[in-house]
Design a protein around this ligand. Sequence first.
Ligand SMILES: Cc1cc2nc3c(=O)[nH]c(=O)nc-3n(C[C@H](O)[C@H](O)[C@H](O)COP(=O)(O)O)c2cc1C
Length: 187
Amino acid sequence: MKLLVVVASTRPTRVGPAVADWFLAQVPADPDLEVDVADLADIALPFLDEPVDAHSGGYVHAHTLAWSARVDAADAVVLVMPEYNRGYTAPLKNALDYLADEWRDKPVGFVSYGMASGGMRAVESITPVVVALGMVPVASAVTVHLRRWLGDDGRIQDDGTLARAAARTLDEVRRLASLLRPVTVAA
Ligand SMILES: Cc1cc2nc3c(=O)[nH]c(=O)nc-3n(C[C@H](O)[C@H](O)[C@H](O)COP(=O)(O)O)c2cc1C
Protein backbone atom coordinates (compact mmCIF):
# COMPACT_ATOMS: atom_id res chain seq x y z
CA MET A 1 0.00 0.00 0.00
CA LYS A 2 1.25 3.45 -0.90
CA LEU A 3 0.45 6.34 1.42
CA LEU A 4 0.80 9.88 0.13
CA VAL A 5 1.48 12.39 2.93
CA VAL A 6 0.86 15.94 1.72
CA VAL A 7 2.53 18.83 3.57
CA ALA A 8 0.08 21.65 2.94
CA SER A 9 1.86 24.82 4.01
CA THR A 10 4.58 26.59 2.07
CA ARG A 11 5.71 29.60 4.15
CA PRO A 12 9.47 29.88 4.72
CA THR A 13 9.08 29.77 8.54
CA ARG A 14 6.33 27.16 8.57
CA VAL A 15 5.75 24.54 11.24
CA GLY A 16 4.42 22.07 8.68
CA PRO A 17 7.61 19.98 8.29
CA ALA A 18 7.88 19.58 12.09
CA VAL A 19 4.32 18.27 12.26
CA ALA A 20 4.91 16.05 9.22
CA ASP A 21 8.17 14.67 10.68
CA TRP A 22 6.41 13.84 13.91
CA PHE A 23 3.58 12.12 12.02
CA LEU A 24 5.97 10.16 9.80
CA ALA A 25 7.68 8.88 12.95
CA GLN A 26 4.30 7.42 13.97
CA VAL A 27 3.99 5.37 10.78
CA PRO A 28 4.96 1.80 11.67
CA ALA A 29 7.77 0.18 9.69
CA ASP A 30 5.94 -2.26 7.46
CA PRO A 31 7.18 -3.79 4.21
CA ASP A 32 3.61 -3.53 2.91
CA LEU A 33 3.49 0.23 3.45
CA GLU A 34 5.34 2.70 1.29
CA VAL A 35 5.20 6.40 2.16
CA ASP A 36 5.61 9.23 -0.32
CA VAL A 37 5.92 12.71 1.22
CA ALA A 38 4.63 15.44 -1.08
CA ASP A 39 5.76 18.77 0.32
CA LEU A 40 3.83 21.44 -1.56
CA ALA A 41 6.64 23.93 -0.93
CA ASP A 42 9.04 21.70 -2.87
CA ILE A 43 6.54 20.80 -5.57
CA ALA A 44 5.75 24.50 -6.08
CA LEU A 45 2.79 24.09 -8.39
CA PRO A 46 1.84 27.40 -10.03
CA PHE A 47 -1.75 28.54 -9.61
CA LEU A 48 -3.78 26.18 -11.75
CA ASP A 49 -2.68 26.86 -15.31
CA GLU A 50 -4.08 23.93 -17.30
CA PRO A 51 -6.20 25.08 -20.26
CA VAL A 52 -8.91 22.47 -19.65
CA ASP A 53 -10.25 21.21 -16.36
CA ALA A 54 -8.94 17.96 -14.95
CA HIS A 55 -12.16 16.03 -15.66
CA SER A 56 -11.60 16.60 -19.37
CA GLY A 57 -8.09 15.12 -19.20
CA GLY A 58 -5.29 16.10 -21.53
CA TYR A 59 -2.82 17.83 -19.25
CA VAL A 60 -0.33 19.98 -21.12
CA HIS A 61 2.12 20.94 -18.37
CA ALA A 62 4.95 18.76 -17.08
CA HIS A 63 4.24 19.83 -13.50
CA THR A 64 0.65 18.57 -13.82
CA LEU A 65 1.71 15.26 -15.36
CA ALA A 66 4.23 14.73 -12.54
CA TRP A 67 1.66 15.60 -9.84
CA SER A 68 -0.94 13.40 -11.55
CA ALA A 69 1.41 10.39 -11.62
CA ARG A 70 2.31 10.85 -7.98
CA VAL A 71 -1.29 11.06 -6.74
CA ASP A 72 -2.41 8.30 -9.08
CA ALA A 73 0.17 5.95 -7.55
CA ALA A 74 -1.20 6.47 -4.03
CA ASP A 75 -3.73 4.17 -2.38
CA ALA A 76 -4.42 6.57 0.46
CA VAL A 77 -3.72 10.15 1.44
CA VAL A 78 -2.96 11.98 4.68
CA LEU A 79 -3.11 15.76 4.66
CA VAL A 80 -0.81 17.50 7.15
CA MET A 81 -2.52 20.85 7.17
CA PRO A 82 -2.63 24.04 9.23
CA GLU A 83 -5.56 26.35 9.75
CA TYR A 84 -5.35 29.73 8.04
CA ASN A 85 -8.14 32.21 8.80
CA ARG A 86 -10.50 29.43 9.83
CA GLY A 87 -9.90 27.59 6.57
CA TYR A 88 -7.33 25.49 4.75
CA THR A 89 -4.32 26.74 2.83
CA ALA A 90 -4.52 28.07 -0.72
CA PRO A 91 -1.66 25.81 -1.95
CA LEU A 92 -3.58 22.76 -0.72
CA LYS A 93 -6.76 23.75 -2.54
CA ASN A 94 -4.72 24.46 -5.65
CA ALA A 95 -2.99 21.07 -5.46
CA LEU A 96 -6.37 19.35 -5.10
CA ASP A 97 -7.96 21.31 -7.94
CA TYR A 98 -5.19 20.38 -10.37
CA LEU A 99 -6.45 16.79 -10.60
CA ALA A 100 -9.74 14.89 -10.58
CA ASP A 101 -9.93 11.12 -11.02
CA GLU A 102 -6.49 10.68 -9.44
CA TRP A 103 -8.10 11.45 -6.04
CA ARG A 104 -11.23 9.35 -6.53
CA ASP A 105 -12.05 6.46 -4.16
CA LYS A 106 -9.01 7.11 -1.96
CA PRO A 107 -9.32 7.38 1.80
CA VAL A 108 -8.03 10.60 3.28
CA GLY A 109 -6.95 11.26 6.85
CA PHE A 110 -6.19 14.59 8.45
CA VAL A 111 -3.35 15.73 10.66
CA SER A 112 -4.34 19.30 11.39
CA TYR A 113 -2.63 21.92 13.47
CA GLY A 114 -3.22 25.48 14.57
CA MET A 115 -3.86 27.63 17.57
CA ALA A 116 -7.34 27.79 19.13
CA SER A 117 -8.95 24.96 17.19
CA GLY A 118 -5.91 22.82 16.39
CA GLY A 119 -6.88 23.14 12.75
CA MET A 120 -10.29 21.50 13.17
CA ARG A 121 -12.06 24.30 11.32
CA ALA A 122 -9.72 23.79 8.39
CA VAL A 123 -10.59 20.09 8.37
CA GLU A 124 -14.31 20.86 8.53
CA SER A 125 -14.00 23.29 5.63
CA ILE A 126 -11.97 20.97 3.41
CA THR A 127 -14.19 17.93 3.98
CA PRO A 128 -16.76 18.90 1.29
CA VAL A 129 -13.89 19.58 -1.09
CA VAL A 130 -12.39 16.11 -0.75
CA VAL A 131 -15.86 14.56 -0.93
CA ALA A 132 -16.47 16.45 -4.17
CA LEU A 133 -13.32 14.82 -5.53
CA GLY A 134 -14.65 11.37 -4.62
CA MET A 135 -12.30 10.85 -1.70
CA VAL A 136 -13.42 9.11 1.45
CA PRO A 137 -12.55 11.07 4.62
CA VAL A 138 -11.95 8.97 7.73
CA ALA A 139 -13.56 9.86 11.05
CA SER A 140 -10.44 9.69 13.21
CA ALA A 141 -8.05 12.61 13.00
CA VAL A 142 -4.98 14.07 14.65
CA THR A 143 -5.58 17.55 16.04
CA VAL A 144 -2.42 19.34 17.09
CA HIS A 145 -2.93 22.38 19.31
CA LEU A 146 0.40 24.08 18.80
CA ARG A 147 0.34 25.99 22.10
CA ARG A 148 0.16 22.68 23.89
CA TRP A 149 2.22 20.37 21.74
CA LEU A 150 4.88 22.44 19.98
CA GLY A 151 8.06 22.51 22.07
CA ASP A 152 10.55 25.36 22.34
CA ASP A 153 12.86 23.36 20.09
CA GLY A 154 10.31 23.59 17.29
CA ARG A 155 9.43 19.90 17.50
CA ILE A 156 6.19 18.22 18.51
CA GLN A 157 6.36 17.08 22.14
CA ASP A 158 3.68 14.46 22.65
CA ASP A 159 2.69 12.69 25.88
CA GLY A 160 1.11 9.88 23.87
CA THR A 161 -2.22 11.60 23.22
CA LEU A 162 -1.32 12.54 19.66
CA ALA A 163 0.39 9.22 19.00
CA ARG A 164 -2.80 7.35 19.87
CA ALA A 165 -4.80 9.59 17.53
CA ALA A 166 -2.23 9.03 14.78
CA ALA A 167 -2.40 5.24 15.24
CA ARG A 168 -6.21 5.30 15.02
CA THR A 169 -6.14 7.51 11.95
CA LEU A 170 -3.52 5.39 10.20
CA ASP A 171 -5.41 2.18 11.00
CA GLU A 172 -8.60 3.64 9.57
CA VAL A 173 -6.92 4.96 6.44
CA ARG A 174 -5.17 1.65 5.79
CA ARG A 175 -8.29 -0.42 6.44
CA LEU A 176 -10.35 1.71 4.07
CA ALA A 177 -7.60 1.65 1.45
CA SER A 178 -7.59 -2.14 1.46
CA LEU A 179 -11.39 -2.18 1.14
CA LEU A 180 -11.38 0.41 -1.65
CA ARG A 181 -8.44 -0.99 -3.61
CA PRO A 182 -10.62 -3.39 -5.67
CA VAL A 183 -12.77 -0.37 -6.60
CA THR A 184 -9.81 1.74 -7.73
CA VAL A 185 -8.20 -1.13 -9.62
CA ALA A 186 -11.47 -1.85 -11.45
CA ALA A 187 -12.06 1.83 -12.34
C1 LIG B 1 -2.27 33.40 7.39
C2 LIG B 1 -2.44 32.71 8.71
C3 LIG B 1 -3.71 32.59 9.25
C4 LIG B 1 -3.90 31.90 10.44
N1 LIG B 1 -5.17 31.72 10.91
C5 LIG B 1 -5.37 30.86 11.95
C6 LIG B 1 -6.68 30.50 12.33
O1 LIG B 1 -7.66 30.93 11.77
N2 LIG B 1 -6.83 29.63 13.35
C7 LIG B 1 -5.75 29.10 14.03
O2 LIG B 1 -5.95 28.29 14.93
N3 LIG B 1 -4.50 29.43 13.69
C8 LIG B 1 -4.29 30.30 12.66
N4 LIG B 1 -3.01 30.64 12.28
C9 LIG B 1 -1.91 30.08 13.04
C10 LIG B 1 -1.38 28.87 12.32
O3 LIG B 1 -2.21 27.76 12.46
C11 LIG B 1 0.02 28.56 12.78
O4 LIG B 1 0.82 29.72 12.59
C12 LIG B 1 0.63 27.42 12.00
O5 LIG B 1 1.99 27.28 12.42
C13 LIG B 1 0.59 27.69 10.51
O6 LIG B 1 1.12 26.61 9.79
P1 LIG B 1 2.52 26.73 9.05
O7 LIG B 1 3.51 27.22 10.12
O8 LIG B 1 2.86 25.36 8.59
O9 LIG B 1 2.36 27.75 7.96
C14 LIG B 1 -2.79 31.36 11.13
C15 LIG B 1 -1.51 31.53 10.58
C16 LIG B 1 -1.34 32.17 9.38
C17 LIG B 1 0.06 32.28 8.79
